[in-house]
Each structure stands twice: as structure tokens, then as C-alpha cells.
Design a protein around this ligand. Structure first.
Ligand code: GUN
Length: 296
């Protein structure tokens, strides 16, 4: 039987409606949640992500400002920009779009963002809190994956989740989120990576496979057991001359083949992508609520 298609677009729309209500409550207290996005350079994928973030923020009634800096901006100037935003009480959230140009130290910039305004949840203080299970903003893509699973009826509790990929943005924090003894988590988690021998022997044991290795169609149908749930975090541009832009997006999982045997699968695009932006908006609303003394 063909798999259920888990629509991130649909789940994201549901969450954004909830966020609109939370924004209204903040407005009643005289607060408008505000997000500052810093974009250094003009990498096309980054420009497109930043545009989606600005549009999403506007749609739920948030304030958003994108600070655009030229690609050759010295590191010191980028740090000064972050410092200014840290000190500006108008902003509840700051996001510095990655990747940064090579001459700008990514860790240095991330470490400079005030942890209270770190809506990406990349700051070491927030990474540490996450690992310890303390209240903190959750990194957007992994939190989006968790919400997609829970809201589509695939609660990871008690399930074996095999994460393929160990990045700081997806694999590692997703493992930390799903292994917590908390609602919507409490899973057994295996993290596979480039050093894993015989990846398929692990992925075939999974109730839930998360493909997050950044390699087009790396997870094939034979690597997934019948009835598994497959979450595809990959966003790969592959050349396609039939498209106006000259490329199309494909995930890290072989969607067409896997959908014939899996219980459920996320598409690319329209799966995890819309969730990432939505969780960023949620973190910004939450930061505004914390500052306004509203507890959810
Ligand atoms: N570049 C790709 N993904 C992300 C993300 O989640 N946050 C930031 N800041 N940059 C990114």
C-alpha cells in the first residue's frame, strides 16, 4: 500500500494559526514579537531561506528586519551588528544566516548572540541546556521533525529512531530532543554517520528513519523496513533543465521507491522545510512571551 504523505506545509499552517493567536495575546500586552535576521553575502539558497523567514514572520503578525551585509564585511563588523541587536530591546530573536563567508568565524558569531535571543538555539548555553533537559529554545529543524511526527500521529515514544547524519544543526540536537524522558520524545535513538559500517543494517531496524546526511537519494527502499516512517531532512539542488530555475529539489531519501513500502514519508519540498521556518517563528514568539512574563 502506498505510504501516507506527511505534509509539512499542512502541519506548519496549523502551527502558524496557533502562533497568530499567541501574537494577538502579546499585542494585548503592548508587545510585538520581533525577529532580526543577519545575512552576510548573497548566497542564493540563503537569500531564499531569509525571504521565507521574513514572509512567515509578517504573516503571523510579527515584526521582522533583515540586516544585509556585503560578503566582504569584516568579522568585527558582523560582531558589532550582533552586539547592537543584542542590546536593542525591540528584538526578541536574532538569527545569523549560515553559512557565513570563510573569513567570518561561525562559532565566534554564534557565541556572541545573547542566549535569550538565540532563536536558532545554536549558542553553547542552549545546546548544553538541551542536553541536560532544561527549558530552552529548541533548534528549529529538529524541533520541526519532532512536531511533524507527533502531530501526524507518529509519537516517537518507545520507538527506535535511526538518525542518519550527525550535524550540529540536525542530527546531534535531534538525538538530544528525542532521547529525553519527555512528552513527544522518550525514543531509543541510534545516530549513524559517515563512519558507520553497514548503515543499512541499522536503518532496517528503525521504526522511524531520519535522513539527514545531505546526499541526494542516499536512503534507498532496501534500507527501510516495511511499515517504517521516513522523515527526509535533505534539501539538495539537482540539475533539471526542464525547470525554469535549471534545478529541482530532492531529499536524502528515494521518495518514489520508499513510498511503496513505508507507512509514511515526508516529501521534498513540502515536508520538513516549512516546519523549520515555523519553529523559528515559535521560538521568537516564545522569547517574547518569556520576556513579557507569559507562561505557556
Ligand atoms: N542555514 C541552514 N539552516 C540554517 C538554520 O537553521 N539556521 C541558520 N541560522 N542558518 C541556516
Amino acid at each position: 500500500m502506498a505510504a501516507k504523505i506527511i505534509s509539512g506545509t499542512q502541519v506548519a499552517a496549523e502551527i502558524r494559526e496557533e502562533l497568530k493567536e499567541r501574537v494577538k495575546k502579546l499585542n494585548e500586552k503592548g508587545v510585538t514579537p520581533a525577529l532580526a535576521v543577519v545575512l552576510v553575502g548573497e548566497d542564493p539558497a540563503s537569500v531564499s531561506y531569509v525571504t521565507a523567514k521574513a514572509k512567515g514572520a509578517e504573516e503571523i503578525g510579527m515584526h521582522e528586519e533583515t540586516v544585509r551585509l556585503p560578503a566582504d564585511t569584516p568579522e568585527e563588523e558582523v560582531l558589532k551588528t550582533v552586539d547592537k541587536l543584542n542590546k536593542d530591546p525591540k528584538f526578541h530573536g536574532i538569527l545569523v544566516q549560515l553559512p557565513l563567508p570563510k573569513h567570518v568565524g561561525t562559532d565566534k558569531v554564534i557565541n556572541y548572540i545573547s542566549p535569550e535571543k538565540d532563536v536558532d538555539a545554536f549558542h553553547p548555553v542552549n545546546v548544553g541546556k538541551l542536553l541536560r533537559g532544561e527549558p530552552c529554545p529548541l533548534p528549529c529543524t529538529p524541533h520541526g521533525v519532532q512536531q511533524l511526527l507527533v502531530r501526524s500521529g507518529y509519537d516517537p515514544a518507545g520507538k527506535h529512531v535511526v538518525i542518519c547524519g550527525r550535524s550540529n544543526i540536525v542530527g546531534k540536537p535531534l538525538a538530544a530532543i528525542l532521547m529525553q524522558k519527555k512528552k513527544g520524545a522518550n525514543a531509543t535513538v541510534t545516530v549513524c554517520h559517515t563512519g558507520t559500517k553497514d548503515l543499512a543494517s541499522f536503518s532496517r531496524q528503525a521504526d522511524i528513519v531520519v535522513a539527514a546526511m545531505g546526499s541526494p537519494k542516499a536512503i534507498t527502499a532496501d534500507m527501510v523496513r516495511d511499515g517504517a516512517v521516513v522523515i527526509d531532512v535533505g534539501v539538495n539542488r539537482v540539475e533539471d533543465k526542464t525547470r525554469e530555475k535549471g534545478f529541482r529539489l530532492v531529499g536524502d531519501a528515494d521518495f518514489d521507491a520508499i513510498k511503496e513500502k513505508a507507512e509514511a514519508i515526508t516529501p521534498v519540498p513540502g515536508g520538513v522545510g516549512p516546519m523549520t521556518v515555523t519553529m523559528l517563528l515559535m521560538n521568537t514568539v516564545e522569547a517574547a512571551e518569556i520576556r513579557a512574563g507569559i507562561t505557556s
